[in-house]
Structures are given as C-alpha cells and as structure tokens.
Design a protein around this ligand. Structure first.
Ligand code: HEM
Length: 201
C-alpha cells in the first residue's frame, strides 16, 4: 500500500558526486576534466613551440623567443603541480569498461609517465637555464636568481640532454595516448572518451 502522507520523508537520491565516488557511475569530476585538457593542450603547445625553436638560428633575435618558452613553461609547471596534487587526492579514476588487464596496465603506465614528464620537463628546463648561468624569470618578473657566473658545462649537458630526450619520449607518449583515446571513441558503447568530455562513462 502506498504511503500518501505528504509529510512522509522521501529518501534523498544520491548526488552525481556520491554516485561517482561509490563507483556506480564513472563520470569524471569537473577539476579532473579541466586539468586534463588544460595541461594536455598546454604541453602539446610547449612541445610544438620547443621543437620549432630548434629551427631558429642562434642569435639575439632568438633570445626573446626562448624567454617566451621559459615563461609559459613555468606556467605549465604550476598547472602540472596542481594536477599532480589533484590526482594524489582523487587517485586514478576507475576504468570506464571491462578492459583486459594488459590494456589497463599499459594505459596506467602511460598516464603515470606523462604526469611525471610534465613535472620533469619544466624542472629540467629551469636547471638547464641555471646551469647556463642565467636567472629564471616569468615574463620579466624575477623568480630564481642566477646561481653561476659562467656556464657549467657538465650540469648544462645533463639538464639539456634530459630536457631534449624527455621531450621526444613525451611527444611519442602523447601521440600514443591520443591514438588510444580516439580508438576508444570508435568502439561502440565505450565511455572512456565520452567521460573526458563530461558525459557518463
Ligand atoms: C612542460 C614544459 C616544457 C616543455 C614541454 C618543453 C619542451 C621543450 C622542447 C620540445 C624543446 C626543444 C628540445 C630539442 O632540442 O629537441 C625545449 C627547449 C628548451 N627549453 Fe623547454 N619545455 C618546457 C619547459 C621549459 C622551462 C620551464 C624552461 C626554463 C625555464 C625551458 C627551457 C628550455 C630551453 C633553454 C630550451 C633550448 C632553447 C634553445 O636554445 O633552442 N623549457 N623545450
């Protein structure tokens, strides 16, 4: 028999956030989605600009172009740190489907590497500048004073090799990640790509 008493307490339906946290619906939180796209697109832009910079001949005209790269790199660093803290707090989201173990492991390893690389890229860039005997500034605002009067060849080589080598590996990892994401989008009933755009996975 139905309870027609209008005063009767109706159990509140769980919020989308509660459903997500309990694992019943694998939507992603707004900060997760915003941080994914902002850091992802910024890193792709930084990689493209950095590789293009290598085609510009060394000279005084190149200096302001390198400064732009460094300043945006520091902004990306700040954003990547926020993303790392958020990932730490939330953990990795559960898979949006019943994928084979190898696929889940491969995706997790790639994501872990990309998070690490988005931190190591700016750190190695900053170390590279300091080892060159330069201070680090953000659009002209001094951030780190210069540590050396002259270029420190050994430190510079180590930081530059890390920055350049990691850039190549990161570019490959991002390409692989994009291809994998698009392949999920092409699979019927697969919510992995959909949830990156705020829809239920
Ligand atoms: C996510 C952040 C960053 C990315 C993805 C990135 C990417 C790159 C790439 C792809 C290159 C060209 C590498 C090559 O030789 O093949 C480069 C060069 C360079 N980067 Fe970065 N970078 C980042 C942040 C920074 C930061 C924060 C600094 C310094 C504060 C920096 C300093 C430099 C310098 C000095 C060069 C060499 C430029 C030249 O003289 O041609 N980078 N970077």
């Amino acid at each position: 028999m139905h309870n027609l008493d209008p005063q009767a307490r109706v159990p509140a339906s769980p919020s989308p956030e509660a459903l997500r946290r309990s694992g019943q619906v694998t939507t992603l939180s707004v900060p997760t989605i915003l941080l994914h796209w902002s850091v992802g697109l910024a890193v792709i832009g930084m990689l493209a600009y950095g590789f293009w910079l290598q085609t510009v001949p060394t000279g005084s005209d190149k200096t302001p172009l390198v400064q732009i790269h460094k300043s945006f790199g520091i902004l990306v660093f700040a954003l990547a740190l926020v993303r790392l803290a958020w990932r730490w707090r939330e953990g990795f989201p559960p898979a949006a489907g019943a994928y084979p173990t190898w696929e889940r492991r491969a995706a997790r390893t790639l994501q872990g590497f990309m998070i690490l690389a988005t931190i190591l890229m700016p750190v190695s860039g900053i170390l590279r500048s300091l080892a060159y005997g330069r201070p680090v500034s953000l659009f002209g605002l001094p951030l780190i004073p210069k540590l050396f009067e002259e270029k420190q060849e050994t430190y510079y080589a180590a930081a530059a090799n890390l920055h350049d080598g990691l850039a190549l590996v990161l570019a490959l990892a991002v390409a692989l990640h994009v291809v994998a994401g698009l392949s999920h989008g092409g699979r019927k009933g697969d919510g992995t790509l959909a949830r990156m755009f705020g829809r239920a996975g």
